[in-house]
Design a binder for this molecule. Structure first.
Ligand code: ATP
Ligand code: MG
Length: 470
């Protein structure tokens, strides 16, 4: 009833819904600008069609085209089998064992070609919670459509005829900016709990409203995420954090009541008042970089998200009598271990995270050769960016960040002057520190390190960005 009403208002074609028969929209109705379509994607659909197969752009690319946004990549769906696809292109590689897809390469551009998948059978292999484990049959186009997650992600665009095929009223939902799960949401989340993260990501990224029937089961079903393999979760989390709308995604998680129990990482990030401002700044920074097309490293991102957890443990180990540097390493081990169980951080990422964390106390040693040695660190730039975030969040004195900015920009004599100014400015305090250091007591150094860290205890003051939606 409501759908019919919306359809009338929006002027969408009114057809009897038969899930095997798509509603077809021509260019005047859907308005896709062909200039936004990658010529390589068109080459792929054209080649397949000339060989007698069906071929369409599908999924996120069609959704973005309908929204007038240039898609970041293009997926093609076809009734050709992976072997048949591979034979038609010079640089084509079959990927995956269980369900094979084909990567067709044109220089740097990758077009992913997938054979239409069949519907999920009742008999499909599932885990004890109902998550589908194996489900790899080929199928008809309408079956491929019904397996997709959201109505707006299940439309097919043929660049040759410029028509859009819509099996699930995706066009209505595009126009009313609604994110709606195809089928029975509860069953779809059970089949694949990662879809809950996808709801959050797309709602935040597109600024769409989540259909109430889609969001209703989410809070209750969130714990099912725990059964998803860690590598899959990592991929989806990364997509969420690197969507250019990470902050909005986290707000959305809160709004959906999903910030508890979804992932240990999110509990940490969203529940730590001390780290709130820091995380907000870090994510804002990441979102800006992504939107400007600048690279973002997962290592930096996860190091920032987990920093305050590391900080807390670092302080605790020092309070228990450990020296600052080993205490920091132990804190890092603990945090990485507790996250690693659910989130398969890649080795390169964890090693980048450790580097960034381990560099931090070195920025505070502004005497002798220490700053010069740090300048030679291959990850200096990232470490410095991290330091600036700490300063900006109020965890550290802003002067420290400024000093490093000046030091990095200065020439040889400028650097010497900065070091001398630093010593003079420290005056009595500095002399006292030196005396302690000369005394050779590592224990006193530990105390110094501890004092440094706890001086940052201001960091609540968050502007409430993350929790804003709650
Ligand atoms: P993005 O622009 O972020 O890449 P996307 O919609 O293209 O968005 P992908 O993860 O690239 O997202 O997936 C491509 C398409 O595959 C989706 O549009 C959807 O049709 C389908 N899909 C992906 N993941 C799932 C899932 N978990 N369940 C059902 N369908 C899915
Ligand atoms: Mg995509």
């Amino acid at each position: 009833m409501i759908k019919k009403f919306i359809r009338r208002i929006l002027g969408v074609k009114n057809k009897v819904i038969d899930p095997t028969q798509p509603v077809v929209f021509d260019v005047k109705e859907h308005g896709i600008d062909p200039k936004l379509v990658s010529p390589n994607a068109v080459r792929v659909t054209q080649t397949l069609q000339e060989a007698g197969f069906k071929a369409f752009l599908v999924g996120g690319a069609v959704r973005d085209l309908l929204l007038g946004v240039k898609p970041k990549d293009f997926d093609v769906a076809t009734n050709a089998t992976p072997d048949q696809v591979k034979r038609l292109f010079r640089r084509a590689f079959i990927i995956g064992r269980r369900f094979q897809i084909v990567h067709v390469m044109f220089g740097q551009e990758l077009i992913e070609v997938t054979t239409f998948r069949g519907t999920t059978m009742e008999s499909a292999s599932k885990d004890e919670h109902g998550r589908v484990l194996r489900d790899n049959t080929f199928g008809e186009q309408h079956e491929d459509a019904v397996r997709r997650d959201f109505t707006i992600n299940a439309m097919y665009y043929d660049p040759a005829s410029q028509s859009v095929l819509d099996y699930h009223e995706g066009m209505v939902d595009i126009r009313s900016k609604t994110l709606r799960m195809i089928g029975v949401p509860e069953a779809r989340f059970r089949e694949d709990p990662v879809r809950m993260l996808r709801v959050v990501r797309f709602a935040a990224k597109l600024g769409f409203t989540i259909d109430p029937d889609t969001s209703a089961p989410m809070a209750v079903m969130a714990p099912l995420i725990n059964n998803v393999p860690a590598a899959r979760l990592y991929d989806e989390m990364l997509k969420l954090l690197m969507s250019g709308h990470a902050l909005a995604c986290l707000k959305q998680l809160r709004k959906e009541g999903l910030h508890h129990g979804l992932l240990p990482l999110l509990d940490v990030v969203l529940e730590q008042p001390m780290g709130k401002k820091f995380v907000t700044l870090a994510l804002n920074n990441t979102d800006t970089r992504v939107r400007q097309g600048k690279p973002v490293s997962p290592g930096f991102l996860f190091a920032a998200l987990l920093w305050h957890q590391v900080l807390e443990k670092w302080q605790a180990y020092q309070a228990a009598g450990e020296y600052p540097i080993p205490a920091l390493h132990q804190a890092a081990d603990d945090v990485l271990e507790s996250q690693g169980e659910k989130l398969a951080l890649q080795r390169k990422t964890t090693s980048d995270m450790r580097d960034l964390w381990a560099m931090q106390p070195r920025f505070e040693r502004r005497i002798g050769k220490s700053p010069y040695k740090l300048l030679e660190h291959p990850r200096l730039r990232a470490g410095y960016d991290f330091l600036l975030l700490r300063c900006e969040s109020g965890e550290l004195d802003a002067d420290l960040g400024q000093w490093w900015t000046d030091f990095m920009e200065a020439d040889g004599s400028g650097r010497e002057t900065l070091l001398q100014q630093k010593s003079r400015a420290e005056g009595e305090t500095g002399a006292a520190k030196k005396r302690r250091r000369r005394g050779g007591s590592k224990r006193s150094k530990a105390a110094e390190g501890g004092a440094n860290l706890s001086s940052g205890a201001s960091a609540d003051g968050g502007n409430g960005d993350i929790s804003g939606g709650a």
